[in-house]
Design a protein around this ligand. Sequence first.
Ligand SMILES: Cc1cc2nc3c(=O)[nH]c(=O)nc-3n(C[C@H](O)[C@H](O)[C@H](O)COP(=O)(O)OP(=O)(O)OC[C@H]3O[C@@H](n4cnc5c(N)ncnc54)[C@H](O)[C@@H]3O)c2cc1C
Length: 313
Amino acid sequence: MTTIIIGAGMAGLACARHLVDCGETVIVLDKGRGLGGRLATRRTGEGAFDHGAQYVTARDAGFAAWLDQAASLAAAAPWQQLGLEQTWWVGTPGMSKLTGPLAEGLDIRKSCRVETVQRSGKGWALACEGGGTLAADRLGVAIPAPQAAALLTGVTPLADPLDTVRYAPCWTLMVSLAEPLGQAPRVYRASDGPCAWVACNSTKPGRSGEGENWVIQAGPGWSESHLEEDPETVTRLLLDAFSSWSGGLPEIRLSQVHRWRHARVLKALEVPCLWDVEARIGLAGDWCLGPRVEAAYLSGRALAGQMMAAQSR
Ligand SMILES: Cc1cc2nc3c(=O)[nH]c(=O)nc-3n(C[C@H](O)[C@H](O)[C@H](O)COP(=O)(O)OP(=O)(O)OC[C@H]3O[C@@H](n4cnc5c(N)ncnc54)[C@H](O)[C@@H]3O)c2cc1C
């Protein structure tokens, strides 16, 4: 039986890893050129920036054990924060590398955007951008809820509740400075505004570079109200806000912005995953359980568990 998983973010890779470890044949498809989805790292001439998820925490014992395993493979390390009881984990040397151990040895086809999904006999037929087609006996869809709804509405009733999921957008500014930023805190958080998260990326373990790289994330309200602004305007606004926050910036070597339309889940479905045992199609993602990388991992694992349980019935 061949299973296709659409999406090589944390949810899709956690699902695929478990299936392959159970001896299943799995193909993973992702429209991106890299792996990890919103566990993202942008490489620039001035070093790298984690412009998506900033760090990961574990509440679930299984996820905590997996992070320990990733650390033993040099794909994760704690990002020390004074006075915090909970460990903040980061991917090394960038957040996108956190999924490396899950992806090891999997059949992953990058730059493959799935455009349509159709029932075909007892299985599924997929059409990809550029004309490629693929057939699967079983299908897992691990992409953000709005994208899953666009792909699956009218194809499976599992798509029906997807429009109740809500996400907050996030504008992210990446800045490389020629000199260190003096006395400014290395991590700062506020509930909203242009500087809702300010972090010195260079203080994460395993990062290298001469200057200092900073990541500034606008809060949900600010990002929503500036969602359709052009990148040049947003760069200027966020740089001004960062400069006020820090009391003045040294020479800027590089600044870039990225808009996440669906950044963090505001309203989840509150189920581990969705699964149709008859049609052999399932859905997973952070939107099932909540706005965290851990939620995506648990959802992907839950879907793999459902698939394996159905097989052994
Ligand atoms: C700015 C930002 C900050 C965040 N901060 C944190 C944080 O500090 N801590 C934390 O725990 N979480 C954080 N998160 C949330 C966290 O990143 C997500 O919850 C988690 O990564 C979601 O994983 P996922 O696998 O469900 O989805 P994704 O990571 O979105 O993966 C989905 C994948 O599907 C692919 N895809 C989509 N459509 C198609 C298609 N049609 N065909 C093929 N492939 C497709 C995409 O390319 C992507 O790789 C943050 C997110 C953002 C954006």
